[in-house]
Design a protein around this ligand. Sequence first.
Ligand code: 3PG
Ligand code: MG
Length: 402
Amino acid sequence: MKVLTLDDFDLKGKTVFLRVDMNCPIDPDSMEISGTKRIEEAIETLQSLKEAKVVVASHQGRVGNDDYTGMDKHAKVLEKLMGKKIKYVEDTIGEAAQNAIRNLHDGEILLLDNLRLCAEENYEFTPENAAKTIMVTRLSKLFDLCVLDSFPSAHRSHPSIVGFPQVLPACAGRIVEREVRNLDEIMTVAKAPHVIVLGGSKVPDRLEAIKLLIQNGRADHVLLTGVIANVFMRAQARIKSPLGIKREDEVVSKAHALIGEYPDVFATPVDIAIDKDGARVEMDVREIAKTDKIYDLGPKTVEYYSKLIAGAGTVFISGPAGFFEKENFSYGTKALLDSVANSMATTIVSGGHLTSVLKKLGLAEKIDHISTAGGALVLYLTGEKLPMIKALEDAAMKYRSK
Ligand code: 3PG
Ligand code: MG
């Protein structure tokens, strides 16, 4: 491995900055955490750090979005899961946070508040400039080691990810260690044709990545699902009325340009399912009316996509194909996962939603690599170096030469 791991350090008594990704789904009505998977995943690394003083830091949501909230709830969940006291401070880089860090004893865990409360964490920086942020200059003095374990945010060059490794010894946590090792192995055997099954809600991010995937020879076929499929169908003028999503004009025109540039790459749905007073109604894409809510793929689309999946050398699937939380509309997501699991290709499944459906279906064993990351993994597959991995590799070179 080109990065250091927890096994390379004597951790006893050290004060450690641990960047995790506890970005959880939040119920918009109650503002409570509706899925705790990302918190559960943090535990393995915390156990490796049980003789250290550990300061856990994460973001939650994006400023201005419905899932943007404090980390008090995360502290309670973590406390329950670990069966031990988790200290929590409603602060990120101020006096209160600094004092709480200084007062830690060996074996104690402190969770800081949402890192995006600190303005700097909402911007991308070069590593050199990230090291000059107030977050990194103030906090780094208090730590002996930085452990990066937030693989789902490995594509963000935020101060907590690329800044600390500039000024502190840094290594991968258990999740990042496993992801990097498995993915590097898989990518050396990955064969064409590369089939990407792409859904998910962060459409602008996905559009950027699609272009890179195609340009870098990692996407021979892109099979679109979910909101991003609607965007492409709108760009093809197959959906006639506006979708009512954020930055719609911009994303539709980008999709339009991509189809023009790579006409043979994209597959879009031929039939879908809408919600009619709670019932599932399947129809041809041409029949969609202005007020219809598209909640799933139809069976013809699943058959069409499944044929392309069966002919693949490598399949990557990210993001649910529809409103899978509702039993009525989980068909597309389940059927595509089934096709992926039963294909002869090298298979990678990405994102927490798909992972939980896969486990429920009992198909997890048939997949070569399962990752909780979404956007970060898409970017990894383009062949671009992720900022977090670069930061860890640079830190390893520096530390090893000492
Ligand atoms: C994710 O859930 O994809 C990561 O936590 C990154 O979140 P972001 O896209 O808001 O940076
Ligand atoms: Mg993401």
